[in-house]
Design a protein around this ligand. Structure first.
Ligand SMILES: Cc1cc2nc3c(=O)[nH]c(=O)nc-3n(C[C@H](O)[C@H](O)[C@H](O)COP(=O)(O)OP(=O)(O)OC[C@H]3O[C@@H](n4cnc5c(N)ncnc54)[C@H](O)[C@@H]3O)c2cc1C
Length: 431
């Protein structure tokens, strides 16, 4: 029996892939069934689902169900403090889109799919694991429960208890790099039954050191997320009174104030979430392995955490095939093949925060983006932007940076050759 700890995005999809291989799977989830319980206040989280996630879902025939509840976003809509909004398409031809979907809705679809072939046990919080024997202990409403599995896969998110147990026995070490930034959600409700903003875009209010984004929901509302410093004058801690909240938004986000009738209440009641990067030296030991955020949580600024977790499932499935179903070989293969990719997306996600909160508003950035899109049209398939490689392809993350550098080198080289040719023709004409 294979035990998966964590019935979130990665755990449920993994259950679908493993039962398809004929494995017997039990999925242990700490929460009550969320399909009955509903979401926590201020923790709705919409995800931007893109090609890597879709590719994984396609393999188990779930992509149509998922996209039925998603809204395509073909570019960024930039909201300056003053003046007109500006739309920046994500792809050269303007047709490619990332998809806004609520994490809860996605989880529900995956729980339904996993429940068809795996046993799902809710309200079981893993508290103890022996990675060598596969013995597990869970806290449940009815008291402590013991179970044993041939393989235990930790898909239990950034604060993983399975990772904690690998740490306890000295099988791994971890580093948790928290940003000095947190996030808080606000809701932009529908206005007279219609979207208050363009639903075909991911909206960004770049404000230098901080920003707000908003993604559309099928009920015609938007979920807005503030990414602000946790302390300091422009941070969450500085706005302690309703008047201070109103003043700050009127000054920095003036176009949003009329769109959020419950601004002060939302701001004061909704929690501030933490943002950080998790790294650990080993993802597996004995019968236990880690996958998704449990192995490598990243900051959300490239919209890739869930996409990456889904791609992990595809890679682990491929490793199992290569290892002839032998888990003792498949888990090390998975770690060896996947680590460089997850490290690459962790770095790109951090770098994208600076791009989103600051650079997207600058004329230099917009010019650069227009040049990139022209090159993509001029050299189809040979020049592809970093954003497209990450969001609209399954090129391994670790190859993206190398490919972008090679393309830049080739373009610079072609530019130099063209300049020399022009100079040569000019010299001949002068003679
Ligand atoms: C603000 C924000 C915005 C984001 N935006 C995007 C985006 O646009 N695109 C994108 O791809 N990703 C995005 N992400 C990241 C994405 O949410 C995560 O990468 C993804 O949810 C990881 O999936 P997972 O299954 O590994 O972990 P999780 O989804 O965290 O699931 C872990 C599961 O394990 C359960 N669990 C935890 N501990 C135990 C235990 N001890 N015993 C049993 N069960 C346990 C939890 O209850 C949960 O169900 C965003 C994240 C945040 C915070």
């Amino acid at each position: 029996m294979i035990a998966i700890v964590g019935g979130g995005l990665a755990g449920c999809l993994l259950a679908c892939f493993l039962t398809r291989r004929g494995e017997e799977v039990v999925l242990y989830e700490r929460r009550a069934d969320p399909r009955a319980a509903g979401a926590e206040r201020g923790r709705s989280i919409n995800l931007a689902l893109s090609e890597r996630g879709l590719d994984a879902l396609r393999r188990v025939d779930l992509v149509a169900d998922v996209l039925a509840g998603a809204l395509p976003m073909r570019g960024r809509m930039i909201h300056p403090v003053e003046g007109e909004t500006g739309f920046q398409p994500y792809s050269a031809d303007g047709t490619r889109a990332i998809n806004s979907i609520s994490r809860a809705a996605l989880n529900d679809i995956l729980l339904d799919a996993a429940g068809k072939s795996a046993r799902i046990v809710f309200e079981h919080r893993l508290t103890r694991l022996d990675p060598e024997s596969g013995e597990m202990r869970f806290d449940t409403p009815g008291g402590e429960v013991h179970a044993t599995a041939d393989v235990v896969l930790g898909a239990d998110g950034a604060g993983s208890a399975v990772r904690g147990q690998l740490l306890r026995v000295g099988a791994t070490t971890e580093s948790l790099d928290f940003l000095d930034y947190g996030y808080k959600e606000l809701t932009i409700p529908a206005r007279a039954g219609e979207f208050a903003l363009d639903p075909g875009a991911l909206h960004i209010w770049p404000r230098g050191r901080s920003m707000m984004i908003a993604l559309p929901n099928p009920d015609r509302s938007f979920t807005a997320t503030l990414f602000w410093p946790t302390s300091g004058t422009a941070g969450f801690a500085s706005l302690s009174s309703p008047a201070a909240v109103e003043r700050y938004f009127a000054e920095h986000y003036p176009d949003v104030v009329p769109l959020i009738p419950d601004l002060v209440e939302d701001y004061q009641l909704n929690p501030v979430g933490l943002l950080g990067t998790v790294r650990c030296t080993s993802w597996q030991s004995g019968r236990a392995g880690l996958i998704g955020d449990a192995a490598h949580a990243i900051v959300p600024f490239y919209g890739q955490g869930a996409n990456c977790a889904f791609e992990d499932v595809v890679v682990l499935d491929r490793c199992l095939t290569e290892a002839g179903g032998d888990w003792a070989r498949a888990l090390p293969l998975f770690e060896a093949g996947r680590r460089a990719d997850t490290e690459a997306i962790a770095r790109m996600a951090l770098a994208n925060f600076v791009e989103m909160r600051d650079k997207v508003a600058s004329p230099v950035f917009r010019l650069g983006q227009r040049i990139e899109h022209s090159l993509e049209r001029l050299l189809p398939g040979r020049y592809v932007s970093r954003y497209e490689l990450v969001s609209f392809s399954t090129v391994p993350y670790a190859q993206v940076g190398r490919r972008v550098r090679r393309q830049h080198g080739a373009v610079a080289g072609a530019g130099a050759v063209a300049a020399l040719a022009v100079a040569g023709v000019a010299r001949k004409l002068r003679r």
